[in-house]
Design a protein around this ligand. Structure first.
Ligand code: 13P
Length: 249
């Protein structure tokens, strides 16, 4: 009953011209629309993607935002600025932002609430590092991240939430988590959502896997009962590979 969702995270890649070119190619081929599809691009490419992908079944997302509506926050972008462009999704708390830009569970929670307040769908990222994985702390860590992120959300909001489970050691390394291991953690995350809300919310929340997802391994994740799609970095950067991901999903 949950529609799978495949999201590309371009990270800090592509100029506006390159984004336009990508959209032209994607538009000329035709995904069949059986999964929800999103491209999360740098701020500078959001406008051109929204324009170029109008009336096309690919939504546009940002990779970050501030939680305030406006104010003296030099260099920041507000939720309303994104919705005004036609952006529908926003990645919150990616591990790269937590690691390099000092994002915390608290800012992740503020941003998640702000996203819903502005009718943006947040894709909240959680995941353990290698040390935590090797010392058996994965579930404890991820549970805390999820509980902190969803604090104060209503059940109606939580049902629309997207969580991306991205083990840090699997990001950009080519060392993806096995589909079985990812399923194990993701079903545990679904249980955590049930503890925070109820079984109905847990049954509706969509949980993606991310970390070295490629066209040739995406199907193994999609077959798992609790995995509802993927958040994809490197393999989302060319139109060919992006469309292969959608076909494989
Ligand atoms: P890769 O797909 O390049 O491993 O990146 C994963 C990721 O961080 C998506 O947000």
């Amino acid at each position: 009953q949950r529609t799978p969702i495949i999201a590309g995270n371009w990270k800090m890649h592509k100029t506006t011209d390159e984004a336009r070119e990508f959209a032209h190619v994607v538009r000329s081929l035709s995904p069949d629309g059986k999964v929800d599809t999103v491209i999360c691009a740098p701020f500078t490419s959001l406008n051109v993607l929204v324009q170029e992908l109008q009336e096309y079944p690919v939504a546009v997302g940002a990779q970050n935002m501030h939680w305030e509506e406006s104010g003296a926050y030099t260099g920041e972008i507000s939720p309303g600025m994104l919705t005004n462009l036609g952006v529908q999704y926003v990645i919150i708390g990616h591990s790269e932002r937590r690691e390099y830009f000092a994002e915390t569970d608290e800012t992740v929670n503020k941003k998640t609430k702000a996203a819903f307040a502005h009718t943006l769908i947040p894709i909240v990222c959680v995941g353990e590092n290698l040390e935590q994985r090797e010392s058996g702390k994965t579930k404890e860590w991820v549970r805390e991240q999820v509980l902190r992120a969803v604090e104060g959300l209503s059940s109606e909001q939580a049902k629309q939430l997207i969580i991306a489970y991205e083990p840090i050691w699997a990001i950009g390394t080519g060392k993806s988590s096995s589909a079985e291991d990812a399923q194990d953690v993701i079903s545990f995350i679904r249980g955590t959502v049930e503890d925070a809300f109820d079984a109905q919310v847990a049954a509706q929340v969509r949980i993606q896997y991310g970390g070295s997802v490629k066209p040739d391994n995406i199907a193994t994740y999609m077959e798992q009962p609790d995995i509802d799609g993927a958040l994809v970095g490197g393999a989302s950067l060319t139109p060919e590979s992006f469309l292969q991901l959608l076909e494989g999903a």
